[in-house]
Design a protein around this ligand. Structure first.
Ligand SMILES: Cc1cc2nc3c(=O)[nH]c(=O)nc-3n(C[C@H](O)[C@H](O)[C@H](O)COP(=O)(O)O)c2cc1C
Length: 197
C-alpha cells in the first residue's frame, strides 16, 4: 500500500503537534510520501495536473491538518477544489480515485468532552467533517476512521510524542478499511464453519 500524506498547516514553524507528526512520518520505514501543501504552494497557485499524477501513484491519502474554525485550513480546501476536478474524476472511465482510501488526521485545540452533543461545542468531529465523508463517497473512495488529537495547545511533549507514534500506527494500519475487515470476518467464519458471529 502506497500512502500519500498531504500536510496543510499555515504556520508549520509555530506548530508543536503537526511538526512532531511530520518528523514521525519522515522517520518511519513505511512507504509514505509526505507533501507539505503550504511549502509547495506559498502563493496558493496549485498545479492541478502535478497533484493528480501524485495522487494516481498512491492508494491511501492522508489529510493532516489543525482544525481551524471547525474546518480545514484554506489551502487544503483550495487543493480539493482545484485538483479533484469533475473531468479528471469522471472522465476516462471515472476511475481516477475509485477504490482508494481517504483518512483525516487532525489536531484540535478543544477538549474531547466539548465535542459532543450537550458539550461546549455541541458537535462531534465526525459531524464536522461530514462534507469530506460525502466527498469521498461520491468519488468512490473509502472514508477511513480518522485520527484525532484533542487539547493540542496544552498537551505535554510526552503526550505529543505518544500521539505521533499512534498516528503513524493508525495511518499504516490495514485494519481500518471496513471492506477489508468484513472480508476477514467472513473468511474466519467460513474457516470455523459458523453462520453468524
Ligand atoms: C485560526 C485558528 C482557528 C482555530 N479554530 C479552532 C477550532 O475551531 N476548534 C478547535 O478546537 N481549535 C481551534 N484552533 C486551535 C488549533 O486547532 C490548534 O492550535 C492546533 O490544532 C494545534 O496544532 P499545532 O501545534 O500543530 O499548531 C484554531 C487555531 C487557529 C490558529
Amino acid at each position: 500500500m502506497r500512502t500519500l500524506v498531504v500536510v496543510a498547516h499555515p504556520h508549520i514553524e509555530r506548530s508543536r503537534v503537526n511538526q512532531r507528526w511530520l518528523a514521525e512520518l519522515r522517520g518511519t520505514p513505511h512507504p509514505i510520501t509526505v507533501h507539505e501543501l503550504y511549502k509547495a504552494y506559498p502563493d496558493f497557485s496549485i498545479d492541478a495536473e502535478k497533484e493528480q499524477s501524485l495522487l494516481a501513484q498512491h492508494d491511501r491519502f492522508g489529510l493532516q491538518f489543525p482544525i481551524q474554525w471547525y474546518s480545514m485550513p484554506a489551502l487544503l480546501k483550495m487543493w480539493l477544489d482545484d485538483v479533484f476536478t469533475t473531468t479528471w474524476l469522471f472522465g476516462d472511465g471515472g476511475r481516477a480515485v475509485a477504490g482508494k482510501e481517504l483518512l483525516l488526521a487532525m489536531s484540535i485545540g478543544g477538549h474531547e468532552a466539548s465535542y459532543q452533543s450537550g458539550g461546549l461545542i455541541g458537535y462531534t468531529i465526525s459531524e464536522l467533517v461530514r462534507p469530506l465523508q460525502v466527498f469521498a463517497n461520491q468519488i468512490g473512495m473509502t472514508f477511513l476512521p480518522h485520527y484525532k488529537f484533542y487539547n493540542a495547545n496544552k498537551a505535554s511533549e510526552d503526550e505529543i510524542d505518544h500521539s505521533a507514534v499512534s498516528y503513524v500506527e493508525h495511518l499504516t494500519s490495514p485494519d481500518l478499511n471496513p471492506i477489508v475487515v468484513r472480508k476477514r470476518i467472513l473468511d474466519e467464519m467460513k474457516r470455523n464453519g459458523s453462520a453468524s458471529l
